[in-house]
Design a protein. Structure first.
Length: 288
């Protein structure tokens, strides 16, 4: 997906270094990239000590991307300040500390970037998971999306969860103390439906006219639908003025619909990104 997106943007890829696309072109904002190294440079490293000294001379905090020559890289890592990020306890804001990235290109050559777009090592966001409450792990996408947005449902706020069944997102919303109306043709898991603040409407999300709905603080959607059809639904809500914020999953069935993703990204106030907890999906974030 990333290779296709970069080709559409006119970005050449010299080669792949594991999941890392190496390009002679300047970095671009790519939706499918978990992390973008914004100031990459090659450095000769004839010795382990010189490699560690070179990194420390630039800055303190570095995240290592493992692919090749990992044993030698491990010896370099031992000489750097150790990073031990703990799983995040949601709700929480994204880290703000400075973080660079590096990898071994060859036995005696590193690729380093003092800056990157993600505040997480290799863009990998890890939460303290709840393995007993939610009916699925889909709630992790909602947590990550809200953290990236820098906001999440507050107690007393009104939320609409489209395509809610079995209820992973509704569970996450209600757990924050907000009120949530879950909409789906299939029922919620009974434990979620019984949570305080949860109400249920058994109907199709595509049959709802936003102009006939009361305003909501949050509109959430994890609907399984073709992105072009979903685009019309989201446009209806953004144009109606009935939602203050939108978090929506774009699910791709078969080939990736890059044109639809670009249309979502073009909506004023919106952005599209690939979360660590997404699969063959993107997430659309929007706020009025």
């Amino acid at each position: 997906m990333l290779a296709e997106e970069l080709a559409r943007r006119g970005v050449a890829i010299d080669r792949w270094h594991g999941r890392l696309a190496l390009s002679p072109d300047p970095p671009v904002d790519a939706a499918w990239a978990l992390n973008i190294w914004t100031d990459p440079r090659e450095m000769p490293v004839p010795s382990i000590g010189m490699a560690a000294d070179s990194l420390r001379a630039i800055q303190r905090n570095w995240g290592f991307y493992p692919f090749d020559h990992t044993a030698r890289a491990g010896l370099i890592t031992e000489r750097l300040p150790r990073l031990r990020p703990k799983p995040l306890k949601f709700p929480c804001a994204a880290p703000t500390g400075h973080l660079g990235a590096w990898t071994m290109l060859a036995y005696d050559r590193m690729l380093v970037s003092p800056t990157q777009t993600s505040k997480f090592i290799n863009g990998e966001v890890v939460f303290e998971e709840d393995r007993s409450g939610p009916p699925s792990r889909a709630y992790l996408k909602l947590w990550e999306a809200c953290m990236r947005l820098g906001a999440w449902p507050q107690p007393g706020e009104n939320c609409l969860d489209l395509g809610a069944s079995p209820g992973g997102w509704s569970w996450a919303i209600a757990s924050l103390g907000a009120r949530v109306t879950a909409v789906d043709r299939a029922p919620l898991e009974p434990a979620v439906a019984a949570m305080p603040g949860v109400s249920f409407r058994q109907e199709s999300a595509f049959g709802i006219d936003p102009t006939g709905e009361p305003p909501v603080d949050w509109l959430f959607s994890d609907i399984i639908a073709y992105p072009q059809r979903l685009l019309g639904l989201v446009q209806g809500w953004t144009e109606s003025g009935r939602a203050a914020r939108i978090v929506c999953t774009l699910k791709f069935q078969g080939a990736t619909d890059h044109a639809a993703a670009e249309a979502f990204a073009a909506l004023p106030g919106g952005r599209v990104l690939h979360l660590f907890h997404n699969k063959h999906e993107l997430t659309f974030l929007w706020q009025r």
